[in-house]
Design a protein around this ligand. Structure first.
Ligand SMILES: NC(=O)C1=CN([C@@H]2O[C@H](COP(=O)(O)OP(=O)(O)OC[C@H]3O[C@@H](n4cnc5c(N)ncnc54)[C@H](OP(=O)(O)O)[C@@H]3O)[C@@H](O)[C@H]2O)C=CC1
Ligand SMILES: O=C1O[C@H](COP(=O)(O)O)[C@@H](O)[C@H](O)[C@H]1O
Length: 486
C-alpha cells in the first residue's frame, strides 16, 4: 500500500471516536496500514498532540472490537497521529495545515499522497473543498482522495449541488462516498455469492424467483438525534441510501470483470430499470408509519411524538415499506419489497429470496401445504446464510421445510468501517456509493418525498415492538405473499 498522509477533518468528533480510530487501530493490528503513514487530526479545540493521542487511546478502550490492553503495540500506533487546531471556515489555517503536512511528509519520506476524510457536518463541505483547492493541499505530485460521510444531500437538487461542489476540486474517481451498509461483510459477500455458486447464479432471475424482501428493522427509537431525525425520517435516513444500495447489490448481474467500474455500471443499470413511481402512485406502493408507545423486548417505551425534542404534531416517518419493480429481462414481474423502521420488534437486517413454488398447486389438491424455497441472507446481527428446502418426513409422511444454515458470530468479523477504510486506503472504490447511483436513488425517491410532504399518503401508527403497521403486511398480501419473519 502506498505511503500516505491521512487528513481527518472532525477528528475531535463522535464518528472519529466511535468508528474511525478503532477501525484504523484494527487495520494496524492486522498489518493493513501503509508502512509509512501519517495522520493529521483537525478540530477547533486547542489540543496538543499528546491530548489528541490520549483521546484516541481512550476511544479505543471504549469502542475497539479488539481491546488495546490485549496488545503491547499501542504506542507504536499512536505515534503516527498529530493534531492541528483549525477553523474550517478560515482560509489561513489551511496554509498552516499544508506546512504541517509537508513537514511530516519530509520527516517520514512520504510522497504527497493525501487522503482527506470529511467527518464533519455537510454544511462545511463547500468551504473545506474550496480551501483545500486554493491552499495547494490538493496540488503536488502523488494521488489525492476524498472520503465523504452521509448524508449526501437532502433531496435530488441538494445532492446535485453538493456533488458539483466536490467536483470543483475532486474527480469522481477520487471521491469515496461512505455508505456503511456497503462495508458490512455479508453485503460484500453478495458480490461473490453468485460468482462462487453457479447454482445460485443460474436461479437469480424471474424464472425462479417469486419475490425479494429486504428488511432493516431497529429496536432503537430516535435517541438523542431528534433535530436530525425529525428532518429526514426513515426515507432519507435509511431507505434512499442503505436500502436502495442493498437492492442494487442484490439485483445486479455479475459483470465479467469484478472491479469498481463494472460493479458501478451494473448497479447503475438496476437503478435505470427501476420503474419510476409517480406521486399519485405512492399511496398504493409505499407505506408510511410512525411508532406509538408499546413494549420493545419487554420494556415499555414512549411513542415518537412523546420523544424529547419531537413536536406533538410531527408527521415524520419512522417506518417505510415499499414495493418496487425492476423492468429488465431478469427481474420483470418480480416484486421487491423493502421495509425499515425504528422501534420495531428486533434489530435485524436481512434479505429473503422467495423462490417460485410450482408444487404448491399439486400438493394443495392433496391437502398438503408446501413452503416455498427461501434463501435468507442475514446481514445483522450475525452474518449468515440459510436455505430452506422441502423434504418428506418419513415418520409423518408430510412435506416439511428443512434449513441448511451457516452463521458466523460478528465478534471476530471486521467492522464495516474497517473494510471500507482499508479499501479507500488502497484506492478501491467498489464498495462506495458512486455518484450516478446516488443521483438515481434520489431521483427515484423524489416523488415519495413530495407525497409525504403533501400528506397524500396516510401516516399509519404502529406499536413499538411490532413489525410495523398492518398496511405493510397488506402490501404483500395484495400480491399473494407475506413477510417472512424470523
Ligand atoms: N456520529 C455518527 O455515528 C455518524 C456520523 N456521520 C456523519 O459524520 C459526520 C460527523 O459526525 P459527528 O462526528 O457525529 O459530528 P460531531 O458533531 O460529533 O463532530 C463534529 C466535528 O466537526 C468539528 N468542527 C465543527 N465545526 C468546526 C469548525 N468550524 N472548524 C473546525 N472543525 C469543526 C468538530 O470539532 P471541534 O468540536 O473541536 O470544533 C468535531 O470534530 C457528519 O456528516 C455525520 O452526518 C455518519 C454516520 C454516523
Ligand atoms: O445510517 C444509519 O444507520 C443506523 C443503522 O445502522 P446499523 O449498522 O446499526 O444497521 C441507523 O440507526 C441510523 O439512524 C442511520 O443514520
Amino acid at each position: 500500500m502506498d505511503p500516505m498522509t491521512f487528513v481527518l477533518f472532525g477528528a475531535t468528533g463522535d464518528l472519529a471516536k466511535r468508528k474511525i480510530f478503532p477501525s484504523l487501530y484494527n487495520l494496524f493490528l492486522d498489518g493493513k496500514l501503509p508502512s509509512s503513514f501519517s495522520v493529521i487530526g483537525l478540530g477547533r479545540r486547542e489540543w496538543s498532540d499528546y491530548t489528541f493521542q490520549t483521546h484516541i487511546e481512550q476511544s479505543l478502550k471504549t469502542f475497539s472490537r479488539r481491546l488495546p490492553n490485549e496488545t503491547f503495540r499501542m504506542e507504536e500506533f499512536l505515534r503516527v497521529f498529530r493534531y492541528c487546531s483549525l477553523d474550517i471556515t478560515e482560509y489561513e489555517g489551511y496554509q498552516k495545515l499544508l506546512e504541517t503536512i509537508q513537514r511530516r511528509e519530509k520527516q517520514l519520506g512520504i510522497p504527497e499522497n493525501r487522503m482527506f476524510y470529511l467527518s464533519v457536518a455537510p454544511e462545511f463541505v463547500d468551504v473545506i473543498i474550496s480551501n483545500i483547492k486554493e491552499s495547494g493541499l490538493k496540488s503536488g505530485s502523488g494521488w489525492k482522495r476524498l472520503i465523504i460521510e452521509k448524508p449526501f444531500g437532502h433531496d435530488l437538487k441538494s445532492a446535485q449541488d453538493l456533488n458539483e461542489k466536490l467536483n470543483r476540486a475532486f474527480a469522481e474517481e477520487e471521491i469515496y462516498r461512505i455508505d456503511h451498509y456497503l462495508g458490512k461483510p455479508m453485503v460484500q459477500n453478495l458480490e461473490v455469492l453468485g460468482l462462487v455458486n453457479p447454482m445460485i447464479q443460474a436461479f437469480w432471475n424471474n424464472q425462479y424467483i417469486a419475490n425479494v424482501q429486504i428488511t432493516a428493522s431497529e429496536t432503537v427509537g430516535v435517541e438523542e438525534r431528534a433535530d436530525y431525525y425529525d428532518q429526514v425520517g426513515a426515507i432519507r435516513d435509511m431507505f434512499q441510501n442503505h436500502l436502495l444500495q442493498l437492492l442494487m447489490m442484490t439485483a445486479m448481474q455479475l459483470p465479467e470483470q469484478i472491479n469498481a467500474k463494472e460493479i458501478g455500471n451494473e448497479k447503475r443499470r438496476i437503478m435505470e430499470f427501476l420503474r419510476p413511481l409517480r406521486k399519485e402512485n405512492v399511496v398504493t406502493n409505499v407505506i408510511r408509519g410512525q411508532y406509538i408507545s408499546g413494549k420493545v423486548q419487554g420494556k415499555p417505551v414512549v411513542g415518537y411524538t412523546q420523544e424529547p425534542g419531537i413536536k406533538d404534531s410531527s408527521m415524520n416517518d419512522t417506518f417505510i415499506a415499499a414495493r418496487l419493480w425492476i423492468d429488465d429481462p431478469f427481474w420483470n414481474g418480480v416484486p421487491f419489497y423493502i421495509r425499515t423502521g425504528k422501534r420495531m420488534k428486533e434489530k435485524l437486517t436481512r434479505i429473503v429470496i422467495e423462490f417460485k413454488n410450482p408444487l404448491k398447486d399439486l400438493y394443495t389438491s392433496q391437502n398438503k401445504v408446501t413452503s416455498p424455497n427461501l434463501l435468507v441472507i442475514q446481514i445483522n446481527p450475525n452474518e449468515g446464510i440459510s436455505l430452506q428446502l422441502n423434504i418428506k418426513n418419513p415418520l409423518t409422511n408430510q412435506i416439511e421445510p428443512v434449513n441448511i444454515d451457516f452463521s458466523a458470530s460478528s465478534k471476530h468479523v471486521p467492522e464495516a468501517y474497517e473494510l471500507l477504510l482499508f479499501d479507500a486506503l488502497r484506492g478501491d472504490s467498489t464498495f462506495f456509493a458512486h455518484w450516478k447511483e446516488v443521483e438515481l436513488s434520489w431521483e427515484w425517491v423524489q416523488p415519495i418525498l413530495q407525497a409525504f410532504e403533501e400528506n397524500i399518503t396516510p401516516l399509519y401508527a404502529y406499536h413499538s415492538g411490532s413489525m410495523g403497521p398492518d398496511a405493510s403486511d397488506q402490501l404483500l398480501q395484495e400480491d399473494g405473499f407475506k413477510w417472512w419473519e424470523s
